[in-house]
Design a protein around this ligand. Structure first.
Ligand code: FRU
Length: 489
């Protein structure tokens, strides 16, 4: 199918039943559908939005273009869960209705006030010359799941000095005052966030830029988020236009955070350097919420803008990551899979062994959806795991003690993805022991190193038959133990 403006900018209500059935048939035959990740019923998913705990449930939305695997007219799709792992599909959440949102409901966040869930978003419009116009608006969801949308935007356009790349409002409350940060691009094409203030969520005053130590850091800061963990303030961002630096910023766009302190009187955020949050291939636009027990939970988009994926031909694109709990250790944000995930663990198998200058299949191992916990020790050289191995496919995850790196290699994982951005990701690592927690779903791998000190998130598109795991030791000795739990829906 060739996509034109006319086919990309269609509203969900224009979808006929026949069209929907055709889409479902193609999607349901896709060999890459995930088992335990949030994915679109059909069409394209991108950023997580409006992640909030409200009326005893986590509500989560995602950017959705229903008609196919391309970025077109965005809607919000709604899912909810009591435990962060069993998600119920609620269907369409927010759709474009008004003139100022004629080209999509872009990303945003949720906040609860007076027993109502306020969902702030960017209304996206293109004028006749295809120039972008961005405004900020909201809809209110009540406890029956009924949405009442604001007819006029609460912030009609960007302030002087900024371009129309002005989006992704995140709202929070501090001492009875509401604050909103919005991702922005200055007219000199550098990125920043802008701050607004309100006492009622309806009337907002522009307070200026959040002053940071990073005046010149990419051209546009998308999807800002701000929160406190372990007594520190964290500013989460997806800055576009960072140049690669060594192993960092290897993807088309990248996400990460600053840890520092927010001065809400002066609108300043003093921090150390930027920490990239994920060392893998497919991670962008994460958003967090606070759980009722105080944990800060992050979910990201397991995908990237401007990248096509092999499952696109099956008329669906992308999924979200598993939820991760954030904490700070050694002045770094660590990410650990939420503890609720352990409930998904099915039957357990255990292995251990030692191997020297060889590679071996794990006996009786076969599967596409599971969790692995693995401790590895590599003497001098290169050794590790080969995941989703088949006749001609394998995804490598190993330690190279000479280079002092952990390496993820998807050169041979199956159908190629975004090869222009390289097929290897690596991160500095000085020890010869490593502990790994790996979540494998039909077409993704999420790897948590040493309790979440490092994370690699990646999509892979192997053949269905590639279901083995190997341990390998190149010119060295590797000792290991491993536990595997089957994962269901
Ligand atoms: C990030 C992003 C946001 C925007 C949304 C549109 O991936 O570009 O900045 O609101 O996607 O779908």
């Amino acid at each position: 199918m060739s996509w034109t403006r006319a086919t990309r900018y269609r509203h969900y209500c224009e979808m006929t039943e026949v069209e929907e059935q055709e889409l479902l048939e193609i999607v349901n035959n896709s060999i890459w559908r995930q088992k335990f990740h949030i994915q679109p019923p059909y069409g394209l998913l991108n950023d997580p939005n409006g992640f909030t705990f409200y009326q005893g449930k986590y509500h989560l939305f995602y950017q959705w273009f229903p008609f196919g695997p391309v970025h077109g007219m965005k809607h919000w799709y709604h899912v909810e869960s009591e435990d962060l792992i069993h998600w119920q599909e609620k269907g369409l959440g927010i759709a474009p209705e008004y003139e100022h949102e004629s080209h999509g409901i872009f990303s945003g966040s949720g906040i609860v006030k007076d027993d109502l869930l306020y969902l702030f978003y960017t209304a996206n419009k293109r004028d006749q010359d295809w120039n972008r116009e961005s405004s900020q608006s909201f809809t209110v969801m009540d406890k029956h799941g009924k949405f009442t949308k604001q007819e006029e935007p609460v912030i009609p356009k960007q302030p002087e000095g900024y371009t129309a790349n002005f989006r992704d409002p995140k709202v929070w409350k501090n001492d009875n005052i509401f604050y909103m940060i919005i991702g922005a691009e200055r007219e000199n094409h550098t990125g920043c966030v802008l701050i607004y203030k309100s006492v009622d969520l309806r009337n907002w005053s522009f307070e200026g830029e959040l002053k940071t130590n990073f005046e010149n850091f990419g051209y546009m800061w998308e999807c800002p988020d701000i929160f406190q963990i372990d007594g520190k303030d964290v500013l989460l961002l997806s800055p576009q236009g960072l140049e690669s630096e060594g192993d960092f910023y290897q993807n088309v766009h990248n996400s990460g955070c600053f840890i520092g302190s927010l001065n809400i009187e002066e609108y300043s955020f003093q921090s150390g350097g930027f920490q990239e949050l994920d060392a893998g291939f497919d991670f962008y636009a994460p958003q967090t919420t606070q759980a009722p027990d105080g944990r800060q939970i992050l979910i990201g988009w397991m995908g990237l803008p401007d990248i096509t994926y092999p499952a696109d031909k099956d008329m669906w694109a992308n999924c979200l990551t598993i939820p991760r709990e954030l904490y700070i250790k050694n002045n770094k944000v660590y990410q650990s899979p939420v503890k609720e995930l352990e409930e998904k663990r099915g039957s357990l198998t255990e292995w251990q062994g030692k191997l020297s200058k060889e590679e071996k299949y794990l006996e009786n191992f076969s599967g596409k959806t599971y969790e692995l916990v693995c401790n590895l020790k590599v003497e001098d050289g290169t050794g590790g795991l080969k995941l989703r191995t088949g006749k001609e496919e394998e995804t490598l995850l190993y330690l190279d003690t000479e280079l002092q790196k952990v390496v993820l290699d998807r050169s041979n994982s199956g159908e190629p993805v975004a090869v222009d951005y390289g097929t290897i990701r690596q991160a500095a690592y000085t020890d010869n022991k490593i502990s790994l927690r790996i979540f494998v779903d039909t077409s993704s791998i999420e790897i948590f190193v040493n309790d979440g000190e490092l994370v690699f998130t990646t999509r892979i598109f192997p053949q269905e038959e590639s279901q083995g795991v190997k341990i390998f030791a190149d010119d060295t000795e590797v000792s290991w133990d491993m536990k595997k739990w089957e994962y269901g829906d």
